[in-house]
Design a protein around this ligand. Structure first.
Ligand code: SDX
Length: 434
C-alpha cells in the first residue's frame, strides 16, 4: 500500500498555557485528519475518544461511506451499481486487488476460489465436538481459528505469496464451514462443495441439499444470495474490521485474525443485529403492538432499542438497506410468500419510524439488518444463521483490510492508552489488618 494522505496545513492546540501545532492531512474524499501521533510526546496528554467516534485509526483506500449522503463506495464504485451489475466474486476481486478484474482476471480468480473450497478431512472432526444446539456463530469462531492449525504454509504474514494463498483459502472455505455449521445443527450430513457451481449457488446447495435429494436453487435465489454477500462485504473500520486489524497488527496469522472478527461481529449491536431484528419483529408480533415498542425505544430508562435501526455513520438511509429491501421483495415474490406477518410488521414499523420525530431528529433510519433477516428467513435459514452469512460475506472485507494493514508502511502494533481513574499506588495490607 502506498500512503497517499497529503499535508494540508496545521491545527493549533493551546493547553496549560502552551500552544502546540499538529499537521492536518487530507484524503481523496471525506473529513481531513489531525495527525496527533506526537501529541503525547509533545504535550504529555492523551486524546479521549471511547468508541472512536472522532478517531481515524488508519489510512485506507478500500471502502468509503458518506453517512450524510447515505452513499457507500467499494474502491470508488457505488454499492448499488455493484450489487446490480457485479457478482460477489467480482466484488471480492475488486476489494482485495483494488480494481475491477478483466474477463481473464475474473476467470482465473473464480477458478482459484472454486478450487480452495474443500476442507481437510480431519477438519470435520471439530464440528463433532460441539453440542448439536451450539449457536453456529460459536462454531464459526472455534473452527475458523482452528484453520491456522492446518495451514502452517500460509501463516507467514510477511510473505506476500503466503498472504495471497491464505486470502484465497479464507474466502473459499468460509461458505463450506458455514454450511457445515448449519448442517451439524440440524443433524444432517455435510454436503461437499462442487467446483462447477458459482459461489452463492454452491453455498445454498451445501446448506439445503441432502444425500437423498439434490438442491438446485432458482436463479433468483442464487442472485439474491450473491447480492446479499456483496452488500455485506465491507464497511470501513467497523467494530469487527477494527478487531481484525488490531489482531493483525501484532503479526497474528490471518486465520486467527478472521476468527477474532467473527467474535466481534456476533454482538447484537453489530452483525448480530439481523438476528436481533427478526427476533424483535417476532416479539412485536402484530402491527397494533408497534406503538408500545416505539415508546419503549424512546424511553431512556428502557434498554430496548429498535434493532435494525440506527447507525454510527449513516445519518441517512443505509444505501444497502435500499437494495436489501428490493431483494427482500424479489425473494418473497419468488417464494410466493405473500402474507408474512413479520413483513407486515416490518413495513409498518419502517413507515412509523421514518415519520416519528424522535427517529427523524436522531437520524435513525433502517439499516441493512432490518431487511436481511426477513429475506434470509424466507430463504429457509434459521435466525441463528443470519450472522454466519454476514461473516461469510464480511470475510472478503476483513481479508482486504488485513492485507492493506500489513502492507501499510505507517502501521505499527495497535496499543491504545487510557484515562485512569482507579486507585493511585497504595501498599499491601496483610489480611489480619483488613
Ligand atoms: C451494523 O459500523 C458498521 O459499519 C456496522 C455495520 C457494518 O456493515 O459493519 O453497518 C453493520 O452493525 C449495522 C448496525 C446494526 N445494529 C443495530 O441495528 C442495533 C440497533 N442500533 C443501535 O444499537 C445503534 O444505532 C448503533 C449501535 C448501530 C449505533 O449506535 P451509536 O452510533 O453509538 O449511537 P448511540 O448509541 O450513541 O445513539 C445515538 C442516540 C442515542 O440517544 P441519546 O443518548 O443521544 O438520547 O440514538 C439512540 C440512542 O439512545 N438510538 C436508538 C437506536 N439507535 C440509537 N434509539 C432507539 N433505537 C435504536 N436502534
Amino acid at each position: 500500500m502506498e500512503n497517499k494522505i497529503k499535508a494540508k496545513g496545521t491545527a493549533q492546540l493551546t493547553v496549560n498555557g502552551e500552544t502546540y501545532e499538529f499537521p492536518v492531512y487530507e484524503g481523496s474524499v471525506g473529513p481531513d485528519v489531525i495527525d496527533i501521533r506526537k501529541l503525547y510526546s509533545s504535550t504529555g496528554l492523551f486524546t479521549f475518544d471511547p468508541g472512536f467516534t472522532s478517531t481515524a485509526s488508519c489510512e485506507s483506500q478500500i471502502t468509503y461511506i458518506d453517512g450524510g449522503e447515505g452513499t457507500l463506495l467499494y474502491r470508488g464504485y457505488p454499492i448499488d451499481q455493484l450489487a446490480d451489475n457485479a457478482s460477489f466474486i467480482e466484488v471480492a476481486y475488486l476489494l482485495t486487488n483494488g480494481e475491477l478484474p478483466s474477463a481473464k482476471e475474473l476467470e482465473e480468480f473464480d477458478w482459484t476460489i472454486r478450487r480452495h473450497t474443500m476442507l481437510h478431512d480431519q477438519f470435520d472432526q471439530f464440528f463433532r465436538g460441539f453440542r448439536r444446539d451450539a449457536h453456529p456463530m460459536a462454531i464459526m469462531v472455534g473452527t475458523v481459528g482452528a484453520l491456522s492449525a492446518f495451514y502452517h504454509d500460509s501463516t507467514d504474514v510477511n510473505d506476500p505469496v503466503a498472504r495471497t494463498v491464505a486470502s484465497h483459502r479464507m474466502i473459499a472455505k468460509m461458505p463450506t464451514i458455514a454450511a457445515r455449521a448449519y448442517k451439524y445443527s440440524i443433524g444432517q450430513p455435510f454436503i461437499s462443495p462442487r467446483n462447477e457451481l458459482d459461489y452463492a449457488t454452491n453455498f445454498l446447495r451445501m446448506c439445503f441439499a441432502v444425500p437423498a435429494e439434490d438442491y438446485v436453487p432458482s436463479p433468483t435465489l442464487s442472485k439474491a444470495m450473491d447480492k446479499i454477500f456483496t452488500l455485506h462485504a465491507d464497511h470501513e473500520q467497523n467494530a469487527s474490521t477494527s478487531t481484525v486489524r488490531l489482531a493483525g497488527s501484532s503479526g497474528a496469522n490471518p486465520f486467527a485474525c478472521i476468527s477474532s472478527g467473527i467474535a466481534s461481529l456476533w454482538g447484537p449491536a453489530h452483525g448480530g443485529a439481523n438476528e436481533a431484528a427478526l427476533n424483535m419483529l417476532r416479539e412485536i408480533g402484530s402491527v397494533d403492538k408497534i406503538p408500545e415498542y416505539i415508546k419503549k425505544a424512546k424511553d431512556k430508562d428502557d434498554p430496548f432499542r429498535l434493532m435494525g435501526f440506527g447507525h454510527r455513520v449513516y445519518k441517512n438511509y443505509d444505501p444497502r438497506a435500499k437494495v436489501m429491501r428490493q431483494t427482500c421483495h424479489e425473494v418473497l415474490d419468488e417464494l410466493d410468500v405473500k402474507d408474512d406477518p413479520l413483513l407486515a410488521v416490518a413495513m409498518e414499523l419502517e413507515k412509523i419510524a421514518l415519520e416519528d420525530e424522535y427517529f427523524v431528529e436522531k437520524k435513525l433510519y433502517p439499516n441493512i439488518d432490518f431487511y436481511s433477516g426477513i429475506t434470509l428467513k424466507a430463504m429457509g435459514f434459521p435466525t441463528e444463521m443470519f450472522t454466519v452469512l454476514f461473516a461469510v460475506a464480511r470475510t472478503v472485507g476483513w481479508i482486504a483490510q488485513w492485507s492493506e494493514m500489513i502492507d501499510d508502511p505507517s502501521q505499527k502494533i495497535g496499543r491504545p492508552r487510557q484515562a485512569f481513574t482507579g486507585s493511585p499506588q497504595r501498599d499491601y495490607v496483610p489480611i489480619e489488618k483488613r
